[in-house]
Design a protein around this ligand. Structure first.
Ligand SMILES: [Zn+2]
Length: 132
């Protein structure tokens, strides 16, 4: 999704929100025996600050489905994850995401949120119970 930062500043619209679904990113899946069932739901808010940096809060949710990491039985898990990103028009700022000061594509932050959101193991109901 693109945020037209320059245009929004001209319109004095400094905050807004977004919501969209996207197809799962198969090449960004960490667990080898799992896949995303259905789409990834993405929603969030952005705020454009005085120095043209843009704070983006992202919430993603989806269902992970596949084989239990321990016993290979069928397993699934609903995942919800929140992620904060700051986009800055400064290429030398290695701590934040870069954008050109005019149009901001939030996709790199959404991709990272998806990677960070994934559990290290996917467990079936019985393995999840014996873990406690
Ligand atoms: Zn299991």
């Amino acid at each position: 999704m693109i945020i037209e930062v320059k245009r929004l500043i001209a319109l004095k619209k400094y905050v807004g929100n977004f919501q969209f679904n996207m197809a799962p990113l198969a090449d960004k899946l960490i667990l080898p025996l799992a896949e995303v069932d259905g789409d990834i739901n993405v929603e969030g808010e952005y705020e454009i600050y005085d120095d043209d940096s843009v704070g983006v809060s992202i919430k993603i949710s989806y269902k992970l489905k596949g084989q239990c990491s321990y016993c290979l039985a069928e397993a699934e898990k609903s995942v919800a994850y929140s992620y904060e990103a700051l986009f800055v028009p400064d290429k030398n700022d290695a701590d934040n995401y870069y954008y050109d000061g005019a149009r901001l594509n939030i996709q790199p932050a959404v991709d990272d949120a998806f990677v960070f959101s994934q559990p290290e193991v996917l467990l079936c109901t019985s393995c999840a119970q014996s873990q406690v």
